[in-house]
Design a protein around this ligand. Structure first.
Ligand SMILES: Cc1cc2nc3c(=O)[nH]c(=O)nc-3n(C[C@H](O)[C@H](O)[C@H](O)COP(=O)(O)OP(=O)(O)OC[C@H]3O[C@@H](n4cnc5c(N)ncnc54)[C@H](O)[C@@H]3O)c2cc1C
Length: 366
């Protein structure tokens, strides 16, 4: 069996890894470079039970366990570690020291206090997102998978239009028994070829500082000078860097992933916010100023499974803020669906791509 995966983000490479473990011939087609998008620019924060109470809970819990298993099993180091996770309140308008509830890491400024413990090493963890995404591809490659640099321009179909038979990559047809759309927010392009609901891209900015403080992940409620509350997230990493995100953007998604750029002034604002939370961190050298888009669906749940009415076509996208967390269980379940007996470790029915109104295939391709 030959499977073509469209998109080299964490979802595409995780599916490739689990398919390769089953001896499937798998190729990942990536336009701009592995992990160039959200999968290389996200926080990499993982939580066991933060999706509890939603249909994502079983996927998240299984994934959290798989992250630990993969870190123990594979040789590569992608900075996986269990961490404490703290809720911090910060204000530029008031003396926050009177709200101090818990010990604060020494690198936080006087205007920031730890308010609550959100997670312990039993329930929260971190990884370096680009390193993890690349490690999944490398481990898949060890089992025969290939990475193809190229742009998916469309899919190919059987003469009756009922089955996907491959994809068009830079104008050339590549045949396959199954095709998986895993292009994150760019999966919306597949609505031209398949009867699928839309995936939207939600833009966020981030900075990577050269600074290694104590390892806690911080979720900050910052009362900003505009009078608005913002929620920056801070993830120190064991490679001597600290990642900060929390400023959204308005630019629409460019079709070419290479054209995703920070918006004017965004990095300065994020640095200023960071300096309010921790003057020491905010004053450190910036190694990367970046932006990326989270893939989101209309009902907030991912699209995982077969494309309705088109044999051999699958989609795995729409993971929104939890794509790094939920990638391994997504990869496992999609591999079971495509190359197993149809039973999946995690029940994928809540994520059925057919659950939302979709156009008829003939209408889409007419
Ligand atoms: C600021 C920010 C912080 C985040 N923090 C966290 C976090 O802490 N924890 C967590 O779990 N999640 C987090 N996320 C969410 C997570 O990053 C995403 O859900 C996840 O990366 C999505 O992965 P993906 O593989 O679906 O998409 P992407 O990473 O977007 O990958 C899609 C790939 O498809 C490729 N592509 C596009 N068009 C084509 C084409 N025509 N042909 C071939 N290839 C193409 C792109 O180049 C890209 O590499 C965060 C997201 C953002 C934006």
């Amino acid at each position: 069996m030959k499977v073509l995966i469209c998109g080299g983000g964490v979802i595409g490479t995780s599916i490739a890894y689990f398919l390769s473990q089953r001896g499937v011939e798998v190729s990942v087609v990536e336009r701009t470079g592995l992990a160039n998008a959200a999968s290389g620019k996200s926080g990499g924060f993982l939580a066991l039970d933060w999706c509890d109470g939603s249909p994502l809970a079983p996927l998240a819990r299984r994934s959290f366990d798989l992250h630990a298993e993969l870190a123990a099993k594979l040789d590569s180091d992608w900075g996986y570690r269990r961490v404490e996770t703290l809720s911090v309140v910060s204000s530029i308008h008031q003396d926050m020291s009177r709200y101090r509830r818990l010990d604060s890491p020494g690198w936080l400024g006087a205007d920031s206090v730890v308010y609550r413990q959100l997670g312990t090493p039993d329930s929260t963890a971190q990884l370096h997102p680009a390193d993890f995404t690349k490690a999944m591809m490398a481990a898949a490659t060890d089992h025969g998978a290939t990475l193809i640099e190229g742009c998916i321009d469309g899919l190919t179909f059987s003469p009756d239009g009922q089955s996907a038979t491959g994809a068009i990559v830079d104008g050339t047809e590549l045949t396959a028994d199954a095709v998986v759309i895993a292009m994150g927010p760019w999966s919306i392009l597949a609505c031209q070829w398949l009867p699928l609901p839309a995936t939207h891209g939600l833009k966020g900015h981030s900075l990577v500082f050269k600074y290694e403080p104590s390892p806690e992940s911080l979720f900050v409620e910052l009362e900003w000078k505009t009078g608005m509350m913002t929620q920056p997230e801070i993830n120190p990493r064991p490679d001597g860097t600290t990642y900060v995100c929390g400023l959204s953007g308005d630019d629409p998604l460019p079709v070419d992933p290479a054209k995703v750029l920070p918006e004017p002034g965004a990095s300065d604002t994020l640095r200023e916010m960071t300096a309010r939370i921790s003057p020491e961190l905010g004053a450190s050298e910036i190694l990367a100023e970046q932006a990326c888009y989270r893939p989101a669906t209309q009902d907030g749940l991912p699209l995982l499974g077969p494309v309705p009415g088109i044999a051999g076509a699958y989609i795995a996208t729409g993971h929104n803020v939890w794509g790094m967390l939920n990638a391994p269980a997504t990869g496992e379940a999609m591999a079971e669906l495509i190359a197993g007996n149809g039973e999946t470790t995690v029940d994928l029915r809540p994520f059925d791509p057919g659950r939302m109104d979709a156009l008829a295939p003939d209408a889409v391709r007419a």
